[in-house]
Write a protein that binds this ligand. Structure first.
Ligand code: SF4
Length: 381
């Protein structure tokens, strides 16, 4: 961590700085516009095969550590010329003190927005105080909740690797709705969806969600993502399903945009620029992660590339300065060093080893899938 020139940064507690004032030192203008802090407060109840944040059962952040970390992140956010948000991960409803956590999160001064919406529902339904937990969210204005559906009961439970998970997710959706929440369903597309379409429809009919979203899993070089590959569906099947759900009159279903296949990338590589350019492009989103032990990392969960210190002892101005020196890290260069990338011919050979019509959420996912096939090292520690 670079401690030089701390005096050029406003000290903790300085109020009402404009974004220009925050930028007013010798650090070059950054392309970064938003910054998301991922606070891992409790582990998950499932081990989803498509998980791109290395979720799963895990440790709990003690309440005192969470409150201390939140206060310091808020002070850190004040020193950054970016819009700051945070995400409570992985399954905050597993935390015994979730009511206090929600209250504190809602009161943060410089981190204006936090994400909380999707849940497996297992943690909530296992709690005796679930009504109080829902009230904590609703009283602070958080009304939108979502569950993810992976197909019929057997396929869903197999994808998330937890028996009873789909039954509990639908019970949780009904319970949250009864408490006054708005409920969404994310349909996480996989190769079982065509055969499971009628059962998925029956569930949607029962839940009558406020929104439905057909999600196509992405691919990143996180440690478990190859586990989902045998279950990935094709673009042809995806197009069929969009018509299917639309015909059955579901509300607000959004078609996935930008879905990409290995076949499309081969065509693009044959006629277009080298992929290395993509890895050098400036990125406007930055991800930072706080682990349950308080360590603050540069990188999204499961893709951490630098430890910036521990929240208990963090030198906030020094951390702010280091963060401002770092580039955005949502994609591309966040995972791979551009200097190590294979050439076009090797990429095409790797892509030809993957079924050409498989659907990925975006072009970046297909590039990472090909890179995983080549076996080149990632930056992820
Ligand atoms: S997808 Fe969500 S619920 Fe599933 S393992 Fe990952 S973080 Fe946990």
């Amino acid at each position: 961590m670079n401690n030089e020139d701390e005096s050029t940064l406003p000290q903790q507690g300085g109020k009402n700085m404009t974004r220009d004032e925050k930028r007013s030192n010798d650090i070059p203008e950054s392309a970064v516009k938003t910054c998301n802090f991922d606070l891992i407060v409790a582990g998950c109840n499932t081990r989803c095969r498509h998980c791109y944040v290395n979720g799963g059962p895990g440790g709990m952040m003690p309440l005192a550590d969470f409150l201390d970390a939140l206060e310091k992140l808020d002070a850190l956010a004040e020193l950054l010329p970016y819009e700051a948000e945070f995400t409570l991960d992985n399954e905050p409803m597993n935390h015994p003190d979730i009511g206090v956590i929600i209250h504190a999160a809602a009161a943060a001064e410089h981190i204006r927005y936090f994400h909380h919406g999707m849940t497996a529902g297992i943690a909530l339904m296992a709690r005796k105080d679930r009504e109080k937990v829902m009230r904590a969210y609703l009283d602070r204005g958080f009304r939108d909740f979502g569950i993810t559906v992976h197909g019929n009961v057997a396929h869903h439970d197999m994808i998330v690797r937890r028996e009873g998970a789909r039954r509990t997710a639908s019970e949780a959706a009904e319970y949250m709705r009864a408490c006054g929440a708005e409920i969404g369903v994310s349909l996480m597309f996989n190769r079982f969806f065509r055969e499971d379409a009628d059962e998925i429809d029956a569930l949607l009919e029962r839940l009558r969600p406020d929104w439905i979203y057909i999600a196509v899993p992405n691919f990143t070089p996180h440690k478990n993502m190859m586990d989902f590959e045998p279950f990935r569906g094709t673009l042809e099947a995806l197009h069929g399903l969009r018509t299917h759900f639309a015909l059955r009159g579901q509300r607000n279903e959004k078609p996935p945009e930008g879905v990409f296949t290995p076949g499309m990338l081969i065509k693009r590589l044959e006629g277009g620029p080298d992929i290395a350019e993509l890895f050098l492009q400036p990125q406007d989103e930055m991800y930072l992660t706080v682990h349950p032990d308080g360590n603050l990392f540069y990188g999204n969960t499961g893709a951490e590339t630098e430890c910036l210190g521990n929240m208990r002892t963090l030198d906030i101005p020094a951390a702010a300065r280091r963060i401002r020196e770092l580039p955005g890290n949502r994609d591309w260069g966040a995972f791979y060093d551009a200097g190590l990338l294979p050439g076009r011919e090797e990429m095409i050979r790797a892509l030809k080893r993957v079924p050409g019509d498989l659907a990925y959420s975006d072009m970046a996912s297909v590039v990472y899938r090909a890179l995983a096939e080549t076996g080149i090292p990632t930056k992820i520690k």
